[in-house]
Design a protein around this ligand. Structure first.
Ligand code: AMP
Length: 364
């Protein structure tokens, strides 16, 4: 039996626990909410993110601790790691928590990225706009997700007072990238340093939120993406699954952001890959051999956001798999996803179209 402590008890933790069933793993979820959706599959420690006594009991009850929530304070993670093995490392969480630290890491590893400037005042913003030009995207340095905490500045009028409008908190200004499409590379690194990468997935966002991910084996930028993510994994001495989001511009990849955890754009791997991101994450943190990452059949993942579509109608579309996270629907909240499997790309396109017609997503 393997005892796995997970900081965070949302759908990522829930799917991790589902992947752990074959390993006779027992899960303990640490989460401040009353009934996190992962609690179905394990014990729930109900405490604030930075409650050090409660984190200590998580460490005591676990053979290894991991994270599905990344905004816990880095020093709390560092303390946790002195009490029991904890992966990914605190440095990875700390870097991903701050967009400026993240972009500095990309630069130090020669990974191309959009022009970016640090913005701590309206004067900094005016200077950054003069350097980077419009359009540009103003983003909070910390706590941004799913397109929240950011604003596209298109014309000079948008710049006036924009620092205050985003809360007068530390920001970055990024050049607006007129990308061809967006991809993410999901990779896993084991305790022994071995890495494996899933096929790049092509991602479509709506209102800054992921709508659809389609893995594309043979994507021409796969090798380049693997090279970039390997540089980051090695630099951070990383263990576990990491996601790296890129903008594709012609033959180039521009780094957007990393997530030091299993990722929404990798959910297709549950049914569509030889080993899912959730299983390989568990294998990595537990020190087990990693599984193969190839795509098995043409497939896609569609997010269910804000409202559930009619389940039976979705199930009637051949090749669909239904994932209801059991969360209360709220506009803009990810409450499930649907995997679509097919035997050809053409059939996949038809099935995605059929499911999209049934979605009633409310992005808020
Ligand atoms: P982020 O939270 O930084 O991943 O941004 C969410 C989404 O907003 C991205 O996946 C893109 O679709 C869009 N976006 C973010 N930054 C930029 C940018 N610099 N240029 C164009 N689109 C962007």
């Amino acid at each position: 039996m393997l005892r796995i402590g997970v900081v965070g008890g949302g759908q990522l933790g829930r799917m991790m626990a589902e992947a752990g069933a074959g390993f006779d793993a027992r899960f303990i979820f640490f989460d401040p909410s009353d009934s996190p959706c992962a609690a179905l599959h394990g014990r729930h420690i109900h405490a604030d993110w930075n409650d050090s006594a409660a984190l200590e009991s998580l460490a005591q009850e676990s053979d290894v601790v991991t994270f599905e929530f990344e905004n816990i304070k880095a020093d709390a993670v560092a303390r946790l790691a002195t009490q029991c093995p904890a992966f990914p490392p605190a440095k990875a969480l700390q870097t991903a928590q701050d967009r400026w630290a993240e972009k500095s890491l990309f630069r130090s590893l020669d990974i191309p990225l959009p022009p970016v400037a640090k913005v701590d005042s309206q004067t900094d913003l005016d200077t950054a706009v003069a350097e980077i030009d419009l359009p540009a995207v103003l983003k909070t340095r910390t706590l941004g997700y799913d397109g929240k905490g950011q604003k596209v500045l298109r014309e000079p009028g948008d710049v006036i007072g924009a620092f205050a409008k985003l809360g007068a908190v530390p920001l970055v200004l990024e050049g607006f990238v007129d990308f061809d499409h967006e991809v993410s590379a999901i990779a896993v690194r084991g305790r022994d340093g071995e890495t494996r990468t899933w096929p790049l997935s092509r991602n479509e966002h709506r209102q800054g939120m992921l709508h659809c991910s389609i893995p594309e084996p043979g994507h021409p930028l796969q090798r380049l993406a693997k090279d970039y993510i390997d540089r980051v994994l090695t630099e951070l001495d990383y263990v576990g699954v990491m996601a790296f989001e890129f903008f594709v511009v012609g033959d180039d990849l521009l780094a957007n952001e990393i997530a030091p955890r299993v990722h929404n754009s990798g959910h297709w791997s549950i049914e569509g890959a030889a080993t899912s991101q959730f299983e390989n994450h568990l294998r990595a943190v537990a020190g087990l051999p990693l599984g193969a990452t190839e795509r098995l059949v043409p497939c896609a993942m569609l997010n269910v956001i804000g409202a559930l579509p009619e389940r039976d109608a979705v199930l009637k579309v051949p090749g669909t798999r239904w994932h209801d996270y059991g969360k209360t629907p709220r506009p803009g909240r990810k409450i499930g996803h649907i995997t679509v499997l097919a035997s050809s790309d053409e059939q996949l396109g038809e099935r995605i179209g059929a499911v999209e017609e049934l979605l009633v997503n409310d992005l808020g």
